[in-house]
Design a protein around this ligand. Structure first.
Ligand code: FPP
Length: 236
């Protein structure tokens, strides 16, 4: 597998190309306000909207957002249906603005497991933004890293020997630049089956901020921290 070249210059030079976020803490945000979890998720979508708008000026090529994991099916049915409804409404309300802002949408994960109308809306959004050349917003839907790696390994095995390169070529992220920075909100410090392969050399950034309170300024701060870190990829 090709490992990115180590930084040659001093600190303060690296511009993150690909940032991913584990958006955590909607439930706790709502609980603190004695509101239902659904309200927290609704505010979580508003944070997504504001961040997508605010990310425009940050020079990012890709922002990957963990919206629904393969493990999220274990949540109560009404919460799952709230999340699906929020995603439908988000596409309906925000697609034209995103398309007009040159955003390309991409999905990682097996989104075809969702119900038909949502799959159709997602595919319409992918087609609508496919030719755009600005920031790619990659949304992880029914995504689990172990599932992704198993799917990629199956495809690689059908073609010949399994190597890191042949697996990487079949990951859902194969067409994206290497992951530079992985952010998790809400004080939790684990990867939760998100981009395990891609995070091999990523910088990790954790914050206590709950997802609904996360803004483009926090993203900017994480990217500024990233710029000062020295990445050695196992070299020295
Ligand atoms: C984690 O908070 C959040 C989720 C499981 C869902 C994240 C989804 C969104 C923010 C909406 C995504 C929508 C679009 C349009 C991309 P939690 O419920 O686990 O919070 P808790 O740990 O405090 O209970």
């Amino acid at each position: 597998m090709s490992v990115p070249a180590a930084k040659t210059g001093g600190p303060g030079e690296a511009q993150a190309r690909h940032v991913a976020i584990i958006m955590d803490g909607n439930g706790r945000w709502a609980k603190k306000r004695r509101m239902p979890r659904a309200f927290g998720h609704q505010k979580g979508v508003e944070a997504v909207r504001a961040l997508v708008r605010g990310a425009q000026g940050l020079g990012l090529e890709v922002l990957t957002l963990y919206a629904f994991s393969t493990e999220n099916w274990r949540r109560p049915e009404d919460e799952i249906s709230d999340l699906m409804g929020l995603m439908e409404r988000f596409i309906l309300s925000d697609l034209e603005e995103m398309a007009g802002n040159n955003i390309r949408l991409k999905i990682i994960g097996d989104y075809k497991a969702f119900k038909g109308e949502l799959v159709d809306l997602i595919e319409g959004a992918l087609t609508r933004t496919a030719a755009n050349t600005g920031t790619t917003i990659a949304v992880a839907l029914n995504y689990g890293s172990m599932d992704e790696i198993a799917r990629a390994a199956t495809k690689a095995a059908a073609e010949g020997p399994i190597t890191p390169e042949t697996i990487a070529r079949h990951l859902d992220t194969a067409d994206l630049p290497p992951l530079d920075l992985l952010i998790r909100t809400s004080g939790e410090e684990r990867l939760s089956n998100f981009l395990l392969w891609q995070a091999a050399y990523a910088e990790l950034w954790f914050t206590d901020v709950l997802w609904p309170d996360f803004t483009a300024d926090h993203l900017k701060q994480a990217m500024q921290d990233f710029a000062t870190r020295e990445r050695r990829y196992g070299g020295r």
